[in-house]
Design a protein around this ligand. Structure first.
Ligand code: PMP
Length: 347
């Protein structure tokens, strides 16, 4: 009854988060909504009996001004996850191949399958970098898109400017290269390029951004992509109608007005990230230099056991069986609780 190829696709499961636990497992920021957001959403509820404005024009124009791109090159959606699926639908539906690094964002294989494409995962190098040569070598006549994650979830490792530029020069120009920059705001290393600023003008490059991370709107579901006008037009044709809902439009506009506060909060996350990394490196070898709001602990076979021991001590982190543990940077207090749990477990 359903598509046979879905049998092989893993499900993306995020367990319910118990209120009493410290949640460092889902890569959000811990501070609550930005100022003005809750009020804007509350005001927008007065009109929820009406459809939202379909093209989200007000939000799109504000994003266009903020990111200095023409509005027709922008598409908003219900989170960047939804937009990745729409992009696959627009480029690769019908079994086209989508090449992407792995381990990376867990949902990629499902979003690719959901959009009607075929996931072609390419293992990252032992030092957690995208293996760009192997990604290029994986391109076949059936390839329709390459999806990069910069910086990568769960490792927080990004591409250098030289690497990304050389890669984009080498990719056959008919292939869409989507660069998922969900964590861009947390990047502090100047070696990591802003793909939107540096390469957004290339006709085959699509940059994905989200309001779920630094902008603190994970529960609202809002993301956007920037593409050539041609690719953006094609994506708009396959977007689920009205999927940028009225509350998300209001929240996004309010969040953009609070950008200085967002940046201040990102500063707190970044300094906590660096403090956590330093403390953890006393116990765990090989933690990569993280540029997102999470750290990757390459503990291999101990991953599940370590996460369970943290959970027993009230702190939720994300294990990847046999590979490692991803820990989201929380508030100072939350991070201290995590460090105390780790100290106990690894003592
Ligand atoms: N891309 C990456 C790399 C992510 O880590 C996530 C969320 N974990 C997303 C996209 C999806 O974000 P959203 O759909 O909430 O915008």
């Amino acid at each position: 009854m359903t598509r046979a190829e879905l049998d092989a696709v893993p499900s993306y499961v995020v367990n319910p988060i118990p209120e009493r636990k410290i949640n460092l497992s889902t890569n959000e920021v811990p501070f609550g909504p930005l100022p003005g957001v809750a009020e804007a959403v509350a005001a927008a509820t007065a009109k929820v009996h009406r459809y939202p404005e379909m093209a989200a024009t007000g939000l799109r124009d504000a994003l266009a001004a903020r990111y200095r791109v023409a509005p027709e090159r922008l598409v908003t959606g219900a989170g960047s996850a939804a937009l990745i699926e729409h992009l696959v639908r627009a480029t690769a539906a019908g079994g086209g191949e989508v090449v992407h690094p792995w381990r990376s964002f867990e949902a990629y294989p499902m979003l690719i399958a959901g959009g009607g494409g075929r996931s072609v995962p390419v293992p990252c190098t032992p030092d957690h970098r995208h293996d760009l040569d192997a990604i290029l070598a994986a391109v076949t006549p059936a390839t329709r898109m390459i999806l990069l994650c910069h910086p990568n979830n769960p490792t927080g490792v990004g591409l250098t400017g030289a690497e990304l530029a050389a890669f984009l020069d080498a990719v056959p120009p008919h292939l869409v290269v989507a660069v998922d920059e969900a964590y861009r705001e947390f990047v502090t290393d100047p070696a990591l390029p802003d793909a939107l600023v540096e390469h957004g003008h290339r006709p085959n490059v699509v940059v994905l951004r989200t309001f779920s991370k630094a902008w603190g709107l994970a529960g609202i579901r809002l993301g956007f992509l920037v593409a050539s006008a041609e690719v953006a037009t094609a994506v708009r044709k396959v977007v689920t109608p009205f999927s940028t809902n009225a509350l998300a439009q209001a929240a996004g506009l309010a969040a953009l007005r609070a950008e200085p506060e967002m940046l201040r909060r990102v500063g707190l996350v970044v300094s906590e990230r660096d403090r956590l990394a330093k403390a953890l490196s006393a116990w765990i070898d090989g933690i990569p230099a993280a540029q997102a709001n999470c750290l990757w602990l390459p503990v291999g076979e101990r991953a599940v056991e370590l996460a369970r021991a943290c959970e027993e001590r009230g702190v939720l982190v994300r294990p990847f069986a046999g590979e490692g543990v991803r820990v989201t940077v929380g508030t100072g207090e939350e991070n201290d609780a995590f460090l105390a749990a780790i100290a106990e477990v690894l003592a």
